[in-house]
Design a protein around this ligand. Structure first.
Ligand SMILES: Nc1ncnc2c1ncn2[C@@H]1O[C@H](COP(=O)(O)OP(=O)(O)OP(=O)(O)O)[C@@H](O)[C@H]1O
Length: 800
């Protein structure tokens, strides 16, 4: 189609004379008119604007236009010409439009040159359409406008290309800055494309008169392209956002960069617990681990293994965490001891020989108390003051201890002037406390016994030909030999009245330590409870004097520890194990039947008295409270080799009365069963299950469920270990206390009830079985089972 055959052009020519009048009318008013311009063939006259355009160097508009193009084409010249900005471009366009308007409004505007150069431009800007509408009938003007349109479109293309280049350059710069962030870069490029494209399309849309099919098709294509691009960009956006989210999540988990010391346990815990399995995160996690501040780790109820497992820490962290664990436990024990001690009344520990001494000490005590009162800066007195209120109560408890069952305490003190004196002093101190109830009182000095004093007042050497004599409740006991020693005790073989032999246990203790006194009181009470039980060493007499406890007991010959050490040198003797293990279980059974948990079972705490094994040392034993099965200890005590896991793993608790928190350990009868299992293990394999671990590691191994106990079929000397004893050990050494056998059940196991038959019995049994089979011809499996059951049930009859 020729440019002039275009209907809109025809219409424009027809209405040319009305331009001036219809200047204000809109283009749409005429848009649907007939093709009146069809016959216009004369070239359009040159308008002022057209002339100006021809005169490149003199026309301001054209100069601007050329300058713009020139400027664009030479953006990168060395003279520093810059890219026109979008604003500049827009300004140029508006100036151009203005010039066109001016041109259009001029009655003489036309140009034949433009008519010759007009060709297939099909897109006209809206402004042009408007202008055309306002100036219908002017073919000159029409062709001039078309030329301008082309030029403007060319400029638009230039603008698009320019924008593209600018964006490209920007993106290049961004790439070099953040070469790693490809997703961001791609997004920007996509956005740029999208913006650019939509800009172009909107321009096209704006300019689209919707008059040709080609145009519609190209628009559709562009539209499709735009949609595709949009979809692509959207998906890239989503991808980028999700990547950003991941980064953010990671950052928020790890927090900002910190010094190693700032990372405290909880943060590490979070980081470790929440860590995901991506490579970089694993690296970061490892980094975090390297900076663990162990001093801030709170293990709570967990033992080191549980802690490591919970927080997914590597095994290499175990030593440090164990160290903290044991340190915490030590501190807990110490705090308990201090707390108990702080409740103990302060009493002078002195020996007085006469009244003068008493008076002198009372005077000194009073003077010291007054000095303390005057000393306002005396530190730590508030603690003492705080405890003063509890003193009478505690003292009452102390004086109520029946340390001598033969005579009432007061009667004894009356007969003993020295003790009486001491009681007077104690009373004086007590009065002093009472009178200054709310005032600070200085601790009365504790005088340690002199080193030169070799014997307690109960212990004397009467003449050089006799052994030392120990008086217990005024009964003389002559020392024969030392049988053994414990943590704070010595046990002597002594000769008592009628030359009878006894074991005398002498225990030294801090007489002002309530917990010690309570412990001894408890031991005495339990031994009294177990009086006449043949498996428990009998207690005949006892006396608690100042700082010393004497116990007169049945005397044993050896303890089990000694015997086991002897047996180490000879091959395994399964009958020996069976016998001693059963004896041992019988001892513990008696104790458990009395609802007492021993808590410190070990070979040294079983002694043979006239050939019968008996149990000793109830120092840390406890009676299980009614309707319960466990005892809760505030101190971790026992002998590591034989201690059950539950006796080692502390539990946090809060005291209901005082509100104080601390650790405690749960022990029960199954804890004793564990210890028995360890002793049997020692009998079989020569050492307890965890003896291979040294020191602290042993405790850790016992606590660690991952450290399994091995039960080899043969000993280190290649001796066969019977299956029945292995089963018994396994049933005692379950980590779960509830799965362990009771002492009664242990005694019922096959190991302690072996079936022994003679050789002839076996021969007869086989012979009878073969004959029976021959007679029957065929014997079913069920019949064989019945026969076997019958024989087994009657085995007791055939025992040898
Ligand atoms: N009645 C007794 N007959 C023979 N020996 C005994 C008797 N009582 C204790 N012994 C010996 O003395 C040792 C220490 O005794 P005991 O265990 O009662 O003291 P302890 O201070 O409670 O010891 P630990 O602190 O180790 O538990 C025992 O291992 C044992 O060898």
């Amino acid at each position: 189609m020729s440019r002039y055959s275009h209907p809109s052009r025809t219409r424009l020519s027809m209405t040319q004379q009305n331009v001036q009048d219809d200047k204000t009318k809109t283009g749409t008013m005429y848009g649907n008119d007939s093709d009146e311009d069809e016959n216009v063939i004369d070239p359009p006259k040159l308008s002022k604007f057209g002339s100006a355009l021809l005169n490149e160097h003199n026309s301001t508009t054209f100069t601007k236009f050329q300058h713009f193009r020139h400027g664009y084409n030479h953006t990168h010249t060395s003279n520093g010409t810059k890219f026109p900005t979008n604003n500049k471009i827009r300004r140029t366009f508006s100036e151009l439009d203005e010039s066109i308007n001016q041109e259009i409004s001029s009655p003489t505007s036309s140009s034949s040159i433009f008519a010759n150069t007009i060709n297939q431009t099909s897109i006209r800007p809206t402004s042009m359409t408007t202008l055309q509408s306002n100036h219908t009938g002017s073919s000159h003007l029409n062709s001039g406008m078309d030329t301008l349109q082309r030029m403007k479109q060319s400029m638009m293309r230039d603008e698009t290309a320019l924008s593209e280049k600018i964006l490209e350059r920007r993106n290049n710069r961004r790439i070099s800055r953040t070469s790693s962030n490809h997703s961001t870069m791609n997004l920007d490029l996509s956005n740029a494309k999208e913006i650019e494209l939509s800009g172009t399309i909107s321009t096209i849309n704006n300019n689209n008169p919707m008059t040709t099919t080609n145009t519609s098709e190209s628009f559709r294509r562009i539209k499709t392209l735009q949609q595709n691009l949009k979809a692509e960009v959207t998906s890239k956006n989503i991808e980028r956002r999700s990547k950003l989210f991941l980064n953010k999540k990671r950052m928020s988990r790890l927090g900002p960069a910190k010094r190693a010391s700032e990372i405290i346990g909880s943060e590490i815990d979070d980081a470790l617990v929440n860590s995901e399995k991506t490579n970089d995160q694993v690296d970061i996690t490892n980094e975090s681990k390297q900076t663990i501040d162990y001093s801030n780790i709170d293990l709570g109820d967990l033992n080191p293994f549980q802690y490591i497992k919970k927080h997914n820490l590597p095994a290499t962290e175990l030593p440090q965490i164990s160290e903290i664990y044991f340190k915490n436990q030590k501190e807990g024990n110490r705090a308990n001891a201090i707390r108990k001690r702080s409740l103990t009344p302060v009493i002078a520990r002195k020996k007085f020989s006469n009244n003068d001494n008493i008076n002198r000490d009372i005077r000194r005590s009073k003077t010291e108390s007054n000095t303390a009162l005057n000393n306002k800066e005396n530190v730590g007195l508030s603690t003492i003051d705080h405890n003063v209120d509890r003193l009478p109560k505690k003292r009452e408890a102390l004086t109520n201890i029946q340390v001598n069952k033969k005579e009432p305490e007061f009667k004894r003190m009356k007969s003993d002037p020295e003790q009486l004196n001491q009681m007077v002093v104690q009373e004086e101190v007590k009065i002093g406390h009472d009178s200054h109830k709310t005032k600070p009182v200085k601790k009365v000095e504790i005088q340690e016994p002199t080193a030169s004093k070799r014997y307690h007042r109960h212990e004397t050497v009467q003449d050089s030909n006799r052994n030392p004599i120990i008086l217990v409740n005024d009964t003389e006991y002559e020392k024969i030999e030392l049988l053994g020693r414990g943590g704070s005790s010595k046990v002597y073989k002594v000769k008592g009245p009628s030359k009878k032999v006894y074991a005398l246990k002498r225990v030294s203790f801090d007489e002002f330590d309530d917990s010690s006194i309570d412990g001894f009181k408890g031991e005495i009470a339990l031994l009294e409870k177990l009086r006449n039980k043949d498996r428990v060493v009998q207690l005949f007499d006892y006396e608690m004097s100042s700082g010393v406890l004497y116990l007169i007991m049945e005397c044993g010959d050896y303890d089990l520890s000694f015997i086991l050490n002897q047996k180490l040198k000879v091959p395994i003797d399964i009958e020996f194990i069976r016998y001693y293990a059963r004896e041992m279980i019988k001892c513990v059974n008696v104790v458990h039947d009395a609802d007492i948990v021993h808590s410190d079972l070990k070979p040294a705490n079983f002694v043979f008295v006239k050939g019968m094994l008996k149990i000793i040392d109830f120092g840390i034993a406890n009676a299980v409270p009614d309707h319960t099965v466990n005892i809760y200890r505030e101190t971790q005590i026992g002998t590591p080799n034989y201690m059950a896991p539950e006796a080692l793993v502390a539990m946090n608790y809060t005291n209901d009365n005082s509100g104080q928190t601390g650790n405690r350990w749960k022990v029960g009868k199954p804890s004793d069963v564990w210890s028995i299992g360890c002793i049997i293990y020692q009998m079989v394999y020569g050492k307890p299950p965890y003896a291979g671990f040294q020191g602290q590691n042993r405790l850790l191994a016992i606590m660690n469920p991952e450290v399994k106990i091995m039960y080899p079929d043969k000993t280190s000397k290649d001796e066969v270990v019977p299956r029945s004893v292995i089963d018994l050990m396994k049933d005692c050494l379950h980590r779960d206390p509830n799965k362990r056998l009771t002492t009664n059940e242990m005694l019922q196991t096959q190991f302690f009830n072996p079936i022994m038959v003679s050789e002839s019995f076996i021969r007869n049994l086989i012979k009878n079985a073969v004959y029976f089979g021959c007679e029957q011809g065929e014997v079913s499996d069920g019949k064989i089972d019945d026969l076997a059951d019958d024989v087994i049930s009657r085995l007791g009859e055939f025992k040898i």
